[in-house]
Structure formats: structure tokens, C-alpha cells
Design a protein around this ligand. Structure first.
Ligand code: ATP
Ligand code: MG
Length: 414
């Protein structure tokens, strides 16, 4: 949030005078939170929301339907940041509250630090109101092999885009069975690709920006479902619908498309304006990337939409650039340096590289990558007119054939 002198309206719903008194005292002692001051007020019910409102709901002093009220509030489009409190919290009760639509938890006797932390998260999590200049671009980060850095690149490219483009950006975890984005970003939300797909009929831009958590690095986050079996519930058509909705709300939709070539990732790759193809500077990785490039060629993907990126480019004993380019049959467009300690530090802090004080070389490299290849005002690559027909022909009807291609690609070179 960039507004100055903002007021966070804090509405407190509780019948416990002791809790109310403690909360008002803590709020009065908290001073400014970022660029905002907090004004608490006691309310009797959930009021229609404005974006700059935070609700604290004491679920123990209210009767049971309080959770139901949160559900109804969300269903009627309520966008406020909701922090719940319990006298006796348990992980099960917290889960129920989050599923109902709560964003955060505040303890029954909050310290000033805890209160400030919740308010700061609320301020960051509030939807921004920047209108889009044009429909958002879809950028997939993909590889042909696990463990090459797809998640690292997706998250950090999204963070750089959010900072450099100054328009809303979302990072989406399309590794539906075992996505890592929630873990890498320490993101706690009950919203996932699967739950959002079910709500697409009411997903306008402001709803999307209000329902998704916003990371401190600036990008919004849409994680994979926490239960792997939920991934089965999504079709490629639903992936298309989801991305179409997201591009109405975000200037850039950055997808961690993982390394599996399935119907869902293919749907995303097909509609992507750009695909960052991540590889490592060793022969098996480069050979598999070559297979991937050949497959994209058979799918009639415009070569200019692919950005071949070597991660950990200066790792020990890398292949020479010329050897790699010869094996790939096309130029390498970007090299990302190897810095394991910095990547691990970012993951341990649940944050983006550009927010760390150390390891600037890696963060600066990704900023430059984004400026060079991903910023909106670079010239648009032309779209391939043959795309949908190719898609239907090869993947829609003949699933068996798809498996054949995938088999060749994933296993043919090892
Ligand atoms: N530039 C880098 N320098 C050093 N280490 C890196 C770099 N990029 C990624 N790593 C490390 O490589 C490992 C894999 O990274 P990441 O999880 O992003 O890859 P992935 O392709 O998404 O893997 P998965 O197949 O598990 O989804 C991690 O341990 C990460 O710390
Ligand atoms: Mg990953």
C-alpha cells in the first residue's frame, strides 16, 4: 500500500469486556503501523466492508454461528482482512476459521508486537486499487526436469515484476500435486488454485485481489492445494478459465508450471505469452531441454515466446556456452548465477531474494532478467495462429498420443 496517512479502521466483534479492553489498550499503544494509524471501534455484527477495514472476531465469546457469519460475509463480497481470536485455540479450530474465510489469528492477550504484526499483515494483504492498463501477460516458468530451480525463478521473477512494474502481479503454483510456493513464501491461506476455480463465476478483478494474500515482496500468491488428491479435480478447461480471470486482475500472472507435461500445464503453456524454460549447465539437463524445444516446435509454439535460461550457470564444471548452444540448437538467453546459501536463506525466511540484504548478485541478476525479458513494455512476441488447433489435435483428442510424446521427452534422453 502506498497511500500516506492512511487510517486502518479496526472493527472488533466480541462480548468479552476484558478482551475488548486489552485490545483497545494495545491498539492505543501501537503508534503508526507503516504509513497508517489504527482506529479501533466495537461493533455488534459484520458490517459491509471497505478495503481499508480490519475485523477482529472473538469466536469464543460469540455464539457458534459466528463462523457462519464469516462465510456469509465472504459470500456477499466482504473484502475486509479478518483476524480471529480464541481463548482456547487449537489447530482444528484455526483451520475451521481459515476455511470460513479468516485471514489471520490474534491471541486473546495480544502483545503490542503481535498486534502490530497482524495489522502490518493486514495492511499488506489489503487489495490495492491500481487499475490495469491492459489485460495481464501470462508468463510460465517450466523445465523438463525436477530440481532445476523452476520455483525459485517463478517466485523471484514475480517479486521483481511486482517491484519494477508497479502494477499488481500474482504468482500461481500450478504444480498441483506437490507445489512448493506456499512453503517457499511461508504463505498461510485457505485459498488455492482448486478452491479459486470453484468460485470463478464471481471472480471479478477486485474479488481476486481481495481474496489472495499479498506477500511482503509485493506479489499476490495463489498456492497449489494442500491436499494432493484435490489436484485431480481440475481440468485443462478450468485452468484456462482461471488464467483468463487472473489476467483481468493482474498485470502479470507468473506460473510455476513445474516439470510435468500434463493437460493442466499444457493448458497454461499454450496460453502463455512467454515461457521461461529453465535448465542447468550439464549435459543431461541440456539434452532434455533440447527435447522440450523440439516438442514445442511440433506444437507450433512461436520460438520467440520461449526464453532459454540456464540456472546455476557458474556452478562447478559447467558446460561451455558454445557447447550448450550447439546441443540446444538455439542461443541461451539468460544465465542465473549459482548461490545456494542465498537461495536457502530466502526459503528459510519465506521471502524473495530481493528482500534479503545479502546475496545481492543473485537478486540483481533476476531484476535484470525481468527488465530485459519480461517487463510489459517490451515488444509483444507475435502469437501463433495455429495454437488452438494444434492443441486440440494433439492433446485434446488423443490422450494416448500425449503420453507417447511425454514418454519420449521425459525418458528418451537418459
Ligand atoms: N541459482 C541457484 N543457486 C543455487 N541454488 C539454487 C539456485 N536455484 C535453485 N537452487 C536450489 O536448487 C534446489 C531446487 O530449486 P527449486 O525448488 O526452485 O527447483 P524446482 O525445479 O522447482 O524443483 P522441484 O522439481 O522440486 O519443484 C533448491 O534446493 C534451491 O535452493
Ligand atoms: Mg518446484
Amino acid at each position: 500500500m502506498t497511500k500516506t496517512g492512511r487510517v486502518i479502521q479496526l472493527q472488533v466483534l466480541s462480548h468479552d469486556e476484558g478482551f475488548l479492553q486489552r485490545l483497545f489498550t494495545v491498539a492505543a499503544s501501537s503508534g503508526r503501523i507503516g504509513d497508517a494509524v489504527c482506529e479501533p471501534v466495537r461493533v455488534q455484527r459484520l458490517e459491509p466492508s471497505t478495503p481499508d477495514k480490519v475485523l477482529v472476531i472473538d469466536l469464543d465469546s460469540l455464539s457458534e454461528p459466528a463462523l457462519q457469519e464469516i462465510i456469509q460475509f465472504r459470500e456477499s463480497g466482504g473484502r475486509a482482512w479478518i483476524a480471529v481470536t480464541y481463548q482456547q485455540p487449537s489447530s482444528e479450530r484455526l483451520l475451521h476459521a481459515m476455511r470460513a474465510g479468516a485471514n489471520d489469528y490474534l491471541s486473546y492477550s495480544p502483545s503490542i508486537e503481535e498486534f502490530r504484526a497482524v495489522m502490518a499483515r493486514a495492511a499488506r494483504g489489503q487489495p490495492d486499487t491500481i487499475p490495469l492498463q491492459a489485460p495481464g501477460r501470462i508468463i510460465s516458468v517450466f523445465s523438463n526436469k525436477g530440481g532445476v530451480g523452476t520455483t525459485m525463478v517463478a517466485i523471484n521473477a514475480a517479486a521483481s515484476l511486482a517491484a519494477l512494474q508497479r502494477e499488481p502481479v500474482v504468482v500461481v503454483d500450478l504444480v498441483l500435486q506437490h507445489g512448493d510456493i506456499a512453503l517457499f513464501l511461508d504463505s498461510l491461506t485457505n485459498c488455492s488454485v482448486v478452491s479459486l476455480v470453484k468460485e470463478l463465476d464471481r471472480a471479478d478483478a477486485s474479488f481476486l485481489r481481495s481474496i489472495l494474500p499479498r506477500h511482503e515482496a509485493g506479489m499476490y500468491v495463489l498456492p497449489a492445494p494442500s491436499a494432493a488428491d484435490e489436484a485431480e479435480l481440475i481440468s485443462s478447461a478450468q485452468v484456462n478459465q482461471l488464467l483468463a480471470a487472473l489476467r483481468t486482475a493482474f498485470a502479470a500472472v507468473v506460473i510455476d508450471a513445474g516439470n510435468e507435461f500434463n493437460d493442466q500445464t499444457l493448458a497454461a503453456l499454450d496460453v502463455s505469452d512467454q515461457v521461461v524454460l529453465v535448465t542447468l549447465p550439464n549435459l543431461p539437463s541440456i539434452r532434455n531441454t533440447r527435447r522440450g524445444l523440439e516438442l514445442f516446435e511440433r506444437l507450433h509454439y512461436d520460438p520467440s515466446k520461449l526464453i532459454v535460461t540456464v540456472n546455476r550457470a557458474d556452478a562447478q564444471d559447467p558446460l561451455g556456452r558454445e557447447t550448450m548452444e550447439e546441443a540446444l540448437g538455439r542461443p541461451i538467453q539468460w544465465n542465473i548465477p549459482n548461490d545456494y546459501a542465498t537461495v536457502v536463506k530466502a526459503v528459510n525466511h519465506g521471502t524473495a531474494l530481493r528482500l534479503l540484504k545479502s546475496g545481492r548478485r543473485l537478486a540483481d541478476n533476476i531484476d535484470r532478467f525481468v527488465k530485459t525479458h519480461l517487463l510489459r513494455d517490451r515488444p509483444e512476441p507475435p502469437h501463433s495462429a495455429a495454437r488452438p488447433a494444434v492443441w486440440r489435435q494433439i492433446f485434446g483428442v488423443a490422450r494416448a498420443m500425449t503420453r507417447g510424446f511425454v514418454g519420449i521427452w521425459r525418458h528418451g534422453t537418459t
